[in-house]
Design a binder for this molecule. Structure first.
Ligand SMILES: NC(=O)c1ccc[n+]([C@@H]2O[C@H](COP(=O)([O-])OP(=O)(O)OC[C@H]3O[C@@H](n4cnc5c(N)ncnc54)[C@H](OP(=O)(O)O)[C@@H]3O)[C@@H](O)[C@H]2O)c1
Length: 285
């Protein structure tokens, strides 16, 4: 079984890379954006033919949410054209595509965790491009899993946890948004769930949600990061209005992950438990 992982230098691909030793029966091929630009169909098609790919885990994405508002063409190119290229290459080679998407496909006006079948209505360019990518995959390819996740963090790449730990060392006080609610998700937990689809040869294709259990605001998340790391800092809560950004963010983007738990037979950790593991791993590295 040969697995192609795109976006090698991103945090999710690095999280998958960190657990490959658990899956010795599989051959992994990791490709960075310079080694395999997913927006170039010729390159993608060649990669699939040359290496006889069985599964493609797409971790490549344009993820700069604010920048996407003024750089829509680039975001579209990666999140829509790139994803379309992977779906077409999978279809031609009878491979399965596992592509990662986002809670930002929802507008955040709900007050209960979003189900896979809930109405999508992205409020920014990033979410719109990710949704269009999802729609193309389901149109072009039967053998696909679209996994929506939220608030990813890990010991790899750039993310909220690492930014807070850095700011916690540099500053005595910090203000963090307290009126956006979501579920922090440890990228290594997501990586394991993705690998389970392959391990158990799941064939119930379609959209799945994966987030760590529980919900909180960015303020609560920051507070917990500092508490678990024994960092003393004066933390205050601000509102979305106090901290304007180029892109609007959903106010509430908690995902209901029951479907993936049932299908894969896994038990998802609560976010505070996974945060503990991430901080431990970060300190060990
Ligand atoms: N981060 C989050 O909080 C979050 C939340 C919900 C969903 N997601 C989704 O989760 C997935 C993984 O996110 P992540 O946090 O791992 O993102 P990330 O750290 O930003 O990594 C994305 C990777 O994609 C690569 N890439 C960009 N354009 C490419 C192209 N044309 N061809 C090949 N590779 C390209 C980037 O390479 P370069 O750096 O070289 O450009 C980067 O290494 C994405 O689909 C994202 O939309 C993320």
């Amino acid at each position: 079984m040969r697995i192609l992982v795109t976006g090698k230098d991103g945090q999710l691909a690095q999280s998958i890379h960190s657990i490959t030793a658990l899956y010795t029966a599989f051959d992994f091929i990791f490709k960075s954006s310079s080694e395999l630009d997913i927006t170039n169909y010729q390159l993608v098609a060649k990669e699939f033919k040359k290496n006889r790919i069985d599964y493609c885990i797409n971790c490549a994405a344009y993820t700069a949410v604010d920048k996407a508002e003024t750089d829509a063409e680039k975001a579209y190119n990666v999140n829509v054209v790139g994803v379309k290229n992977l779906a077409n290459a999978c279809a031609e080679n009878e491979a399965t595509l596992i592509s990662v998407s986002t809670d930002f496909v929802f507008d955040g006006n709900s007050n209960k965790p979003y189900l896979e079948k809930d109405f999508t209505n992205p409020i920014g360019v990033y979410g719109k491009t990710k949704l269009e990518g999802e729609q193309l995959i389901s149109k072009l390819l039967v053998k696909h899993f679209i996994i929506r996740t939220s608030w990813l963090y890990s010991e790899y790449g750039n993310n909220f946890m690492k930014t807070m730990l850095r700011l916690g060392r540099e500053r005595d006080e910090l203000s963090v948004i307290g009126d956006q609610i979501g579920s922090p998700t440890y990228a290594v937990d997501l990586a394991k769930a993705i690998m389970t689809f392959i391990e158990i040869k799941e064939t119930n294709y379609g959209v799945y949600h994966f987030s760590n259990k529980g919900e909180c605001s960015w303020y609560d998340f920051a507070k917990e990061i500092f508490a678990q790391s024994n960092i003393e800092i004066k933390l205050s809560k601000i509102t979305t209005e106090d901290f304007p950004t180029a892109a609007k963010r959903p106010k509430y983007s908690v995902l209901n992950s029951s479907k993936i738990e049932k299908s894969l037979g896994i038990e998802i950790h609560f976010w505070k438990e996974s945060l503990k593991q991430a901080i431990l791993n970060l300190n060990e590295n």
